[in-house]
Design a protein around this ligand. Structure first.
Ligand SMILES: O=C(O)c1ccccc1NCC(=O)[C@H](O)[C@H](O)COP(=O)(O)O
Length: 266
């Protein structure tokens, strides 16, 4: 696995901050909204299942979006988002646990807590329907193991999205017991996006796994490409948030949730 020393400086900084961050107070117990059921409901009424991400900024964003996150989240749901992802990482993404809590109270779709969780106590910061565990960040000394975090999260009622970047990491996720696996098209070592990543790595996932294509998806053509490669759902942040601008988040979401294979025909 990639050593943190070979990660992009921004990612090393994210991980250093994550190692320092503590947990919450009391142990969380969640009555989670089902992510697979939300995807099925979207499919049933003709929407591509999209997890739209409330990401005020990021190390690779062109700027910051300062609109009220709850209004952004509601606009994403109005655009057909099956679920939402909310950054709770404060130092590099402008997120917070309080934002996630407000968003989750305002919508009825499942909400993913997008953060860099390395230790069990960090699960107890806020209730969410789904939490993220990143394979390559949990193979380092000084973090809890993927298996331990998976079971600790499930004991609290969370669903778990396990993120991989390569076929080997998909195999590792499945071996650890993941039933929802994301393939990140963004290489977190270099912060480069390559949409060929998902089709390559997805081949390692068994049929029973719910498979999510993450990052770099910006157009209806990209949606169709990921779906044809086996994505059950897509996780999209930047193309919906439009960090440098102030475009309509509902329209940005709908453009992707309404994508069909006719979009790729000339
Ligand atoms: O988005 C970043 O710049 C980033 C930098 C360092 C570590 C993680 C990062 N992003 C996390 C994500 O997984 C994305 O926010 C998510 O998949 C959406 O990606 P996109 O649609 O490309 O905004």
């Amino acid at each position: 696995m990639e050593s943190n020393g070979r990660m992009a400086p921004e990612v090393q900084s994210i991980l250093a901050a994550a190692r320092e961050r503590g947990g919450g107070g009391d142990r969380v117990a969640v009555d989670a909204r089902s992510l697979p059921a939300a995807f099925e409901a979207a499919e049933a009424d003709g929407r591509v299942p999209v997890i739209a991400e409330v990401k005020p900024t990021s190390p690779t964003a062109d700027g910051e979006r300062t609109d009220d996150p709850v209004e952004l989240a509601e606009a994403m749901v109005a655009g057909g988002a099956a679920a939402l992802s909310v950054l709770t990482e404060p130092d590099h993404f402008g997120g917070s646990a309080e934002t996630l809590q407000r968003v989750r109270e305002a919508v009825d779709v499942p909400v993913l807590r997008k953060d860099f969780i390395l230790h069990e106590e960090q699960l107890d910061v806020v209730e969410a329907d789904v939490i993220l565990l990143i394979v390559r960040f949990l193979e380092e000394d000084g973090t809890d193991s993927l298996e331990d975090l998976l079971s600790a999260a499930r004991e609290r009622g969370f669903q778990v999205l396990v993120e991989a970047h390569t076929a080997a990491e998909v195999e590792r996720a499945v071996e650890a017991g993941a039933d929802i696996v994301g393939v990140n098209n963004r290489d977190l070592a270099k912060l480069e996006v390559d949409l060929a990543t998902f089709p390559d790595a997805a081949t390692a996932a068994p049929e029973a796994v719910t498979l999510i294509a993450e990052s770099g998806i910006g157009s209806p053509d990209d949606v169709v490409r990921m779906r044809e490669a086996g994505a059950d759902a897509l996780l999209v942040g930047s193309a919906i948030m439009d960090h440098g601008g102030d475009s309509d988040v509902t329209a940005n979401t709908r453009r992707l949730t309404a994508a069909t294979d006719t979009d790729t025909q000339t």
